[in-house]
Design a protein around this ligand. Structure first.
Ligand code: NDP
Ligand code: 2IT
Length: 450
């Protein structure tokens, strides 16, 4: 039955490989669930859960600083609202298309369910490339994007946030335009600035949560981060705060990257060097290659597109924390990671490992956490931002961080327990997919065929 549903989906949307990949992983995990719960089969939950409730696509015209008019494409995938309003980020990157946003929205449904907070799943964005654009160009683009998207979102309908290419600056411009159009100050958007309804710890949350999850996995073997050598990919929001938390827990981060290549600093990226990277990326908006000019103990390796592997994953280490983009770890990378001694992988990016890579991790019996569990801290803290907005209260850093930490501990426990209950002990991927699915499937079942 699973095979048939999968084939029908491919026939319907043949050109969406990333979406197919995300669906395949979840469907394959659900076999033991369907055996125990024929009611999900009878209600055809699977065919319904892989079909978006609504997809919005729109034109985003904007004018650059020279007065030239450009047109990008905007999207919002409203995937599933059975357990709460649609919730998920917006991605601005030239690679954005329906396949990528549908895979992200699909993953978001299960991730949001795992957080235990009442949030459905959605995702959106544009093929707009923010690189090299001035602040005023970014502002005009964001305003044009919201001029259309505003009518489809709302604090109780759909609450967007950031993702690749969308951080505090972009959320600010979008929120400002939304507020002007609707004449309402509501909690639509998370990741807002602190002075206008944002939550403390939201910028840190995804990276911190990713490391808390890894810490929990290490705990099952009686180990800690102390002295662990860590590889991080990316140098954006998630990567920066994953690095910060690893440093705080006594680990040593030796790599970071951007789309141009990666830096390897065998002496470790310490607090002072990380501050320099944060300034480089968040203020000066420069390239990671500059790190190797500033700190001579480091080397920079440019991405070589003719290689069929990423040399970043071919460095000796204990822990890998991917935090850049989808499919950044392929089968060769997985083999390299394993042969270099990596035995903890906690995904910050969404779907960073190809199915072949995941198979190697699971076969090797290492501590492997899929993104929908280990990167859920970001959206969980978005959920906490929504709660604070609804009650018009603000929690302290310590309060939010402690709630985030408990949520990550809870997700870890749920994944571990569910994997065991369904006959796959130690397999966090099975645990995450099954536990995430069960809550949404039950809600769909109870709410009838809608
Ligand atoms: P940012 O835009 O802040 O940073 C992205 C980083 O990844 C940059 O260093 C970027 O390099 C690099 N990168 C992006 N695309 C590619 C690519 N195609 N090849 C190589 N490197 C690439 O995004 P975030 O840190 O927010 O997101 C990183 C990952 O984490 C994404 O997969 C996102 O979906 C996921 N995630 C984010 C959450 C959040 O709260 N922000 C929550 C959960 C998951 P460059 O600057 O050169 O493009
Ligand atoms: O992939 C993700 O979970 C995010 N980009 C964060 C979504 C959110 O709504 O905070």
């Amino acid at each position: 039955m699973i095979e048939k549903i999968y084939e029908e989906m491919i026939a319907r949307d043949p050109n969406q490989p990333e979406f197919h990949q995300a669906v395949r992983e979840v469907l394959d995990s659900l076999e033991p669930v369907l055996e125990r719960h024929p009611e999900y089969v009878d209600a055809n939950i699977l065919s319904r859960i892989i079909e978006a409730e609504r997809i919005i696509q729109f034109r985003v015209p904007w004018t650059d600083d020279d007065g030239k008019v450009h047109v990008n494409r905007g999207f919002r995938i409203q995937m599933n609202s059975a357990i709460g309003p649609y919730k998920g980020g917006l991605r601005f990157h030239p690679s954005v298309n329906l396949s990528i946003l549908k895979f992200l929205a699909f993953e978001q449904v299960f991730k949001n369910s795992l957080t235990t907070l009442p949030m459905g799943g959605g995702k959106g964005g544009s093929d707009f490339d923010p690189k090299g654009k001035s602040d005023s160009e970014i502002m005009r683009f964001c305003q044009s994007f919201i001029l259309e998207l505003n009518r489809h979102i709302g604090a109780n309908t759909d609450v967007p946030a950031g993702d690749i290419g969308v951080g505090g600056r972009e959320i600010g411009y979008m929120y400002g335009m939304y507020r002007k159009i609707t004449n309402e100050f509501t909690g639509v958007f998370t990741g807002k600035g602190i002075s206008y309804g944002g939550s403390l710890i939201r910028p840190e949350a995804t990276g911190y949560g990713q490391v808390y999850f890894a810490r929990e996995m290490l705990k099952t073997r009686g180990e800690t981060f102390e002295g662990k050598v860590c590889l991080i990919s990316g140098s954006g929001n998630v990567a920066q705060y994953a690095a910060e938390k690893v440093i705080q827990l006594g680990g040593k981060v030796i790599t970071m990257s951007d789309s141009g290549g990666f830096i390897h600093d065998p002496s470790g990226i310490n607090r002072e060097k990380l501050d320099w990277i944060m300034d480089l990326k968040n203020v000066r908006r420069g390239r990671i290659s500059e790190y190797a000019n500033k700190f001579e103990e480091a080397t920079y390796t440019a991405v070589n597109h003719s290689l069929d592997y990423n040399p970043l994953w071919d460095v000796k280490a204990d822990v890998a924390l991917p935090a850049a983009t989808q499919n950044e770890i392929n089968e060769i990378d997985a083999k390299n990671l394993l042969s270099n001694g990596v035995y903890v992988i906690s995904e910050g990016s969404n779907m960073p490992s190809t199915p072949e890579a995941i198979e190697h991790f699971i076969d090797a019996g290492i501590l492997y956490a899929p993104g929908k569990a280990s990167n859920a801290g970001g959206v969980a803290t978005s959920g906490l931002e929504m709660s604070q907005n609804s009650t018009r209260m603000n929690w302290t850093r310590e309060e939010v961080d402690s709630k985030l930490d408990s949520i990550m501990v809870n997700i870890h426990e749920t994944c571990a327990k569910t994997a065991e209950e369904y006959g796959h002990p130690g397999n966090y991927m099975m645990g995450a997919n099954i536990a995430g699915f069960l809550k949404v499937a039950d809600a769909m079942l109870n709410q009838g065929v809608i």
